[in-house]
Design a protein around this ligand. Structure first.
Ligand code: ZN
Length: 308
């Protein structure tokens, strides 16, 4: 199982998603808050940063290009993080809307994003209320038809944008392999496995057999990562660290109130500590680019420079 364990651990910070702030002010809405969390995560050891555009006042999901542009400029000015914005968790929208903010910066050698996420299937995403024994809604569908997938992959192929393949189950991995056969998804992709907590029974439970089922579908020379949406990632993270995978964590995925009111950097730090304990090195962003076989971005600030 240790076939990739020679690589340092890539940690992706997933700072906000569409998650309500609740009582933790560290969950970022505005571009300034998102940049603050990116810098904290980077200082703690994250090499990839993922976020969703949110209304600065209300926190509602917003996909305006300007909201993304401000964050990208802020992160690029202060860190060498790999930039990984969402395509917009806004269902039933047009492909053009989902890629507009990506293409807006793609001709700029500094601002262009490093990777984009593609979810390889549709999902029922209603929340389960374990106390009530009921779903809180019964009609919430995250739509990703194969037509949608084909359309976004064609755009990313044309513009040579690196794709992270987000898979909520093994069927989505098999779907992604079909798009590889079609020549639309590159053979070199970063597999991100979505485990989910009790309140979100749309993905895999955090068990070793579930992780093994995902890993069995990963080609030998590809890298993979675990994350847990609406649940605690730490157990599955420990297995991924020892099996040579990588880890995504952040307030967007889970509140982690067992640690108080942590900010995103503190969550990244917990994964760094876990890796240290288990004897695995943590990757710098430059190393992450190498591990994922991406072109280097030498013009970006490194930690030694940016700390000044
Ligand atoms: Zn996301």
């Amino acid at each position: 199982m240790a076939k990739h364990s020679e690589h340092p651990l890539i940690i992706e910070c997933r700072c906000n998603e569409i998650t309500p702030r609740g009582d933790n002010p560290a969950l970022p809405h505005s571009p300034k808050e998102i940049i603050r969390e990116a810098v904290r995560a980077w200082e703690a050891g994250a090499s990839i940063f993922h976020w969703h555009g949110r209304d600065p006042e209300t926190g509602k999901p917003r996909n305006d290009v300007e909201l993304y542009l401000e964050v990208i400029e802020g992160i690029r000015a202060q860190t060498d993080l790999l930039i990984h914005p969402t395509l917009g968790y806004i269902t039933q929208n047009q492909v053009e809307d989902r890629v507009r903010h990506i293409l807006a910066v793609n001709d700029d050698p500094v601002l262009r994003v490093d990777m984009v996420p593609v979810d390889f299937g549709s999902l029922n995403v209603d929340f389960w209320d374990p106390q009530m024994g009921q779903f809180t809604t019964y009609d919430q569908v995250y739509v990703n038809t194969r037509n949608d997938l084909k359309a976004v992959l064609e755009v990313f192929k044309r513009h040579e944008i690196y794709v992270a393949s987000i898979c909520w189950d093994v069927g989505q991995m098999r779907t992604a392999h079909c798009f590889q056969e079609m020549g639309l998804l590159p053979r070199n992709t970063f597999w991100e496995f979505v485990f989910t907590g009790e309140v979100m029974p749309a993905g895999a439970t955090s068990t070793i057999p579930a992780l093994q089922a995902f890993v069995a579908e990963v080609p030998d020379d590809n890298q993979w990562l675990v994350l847990c949406w609406n649940g605690d990632v730490m157990r599955v993270a420990s297995w991924a660290i020892t099996m040579g995978g990588h880890v995504g964590i952040g307030l967007g995925d889970h509140h982690y109130s067992r640690f108080g009111k942590p900010h995103n950097g503190e969550l990244v730090e917990k994964v760094v500590q876990l890796a240290n304990m288990l004897g695995r090195e943590v990757a710098t962003p430059a190393q992450a680019r190498e591990i994922l076989k991406m072109p280097s971005r030498a013009q970006l600030p490194t930690k030694a420079v940016a700390v000044v």
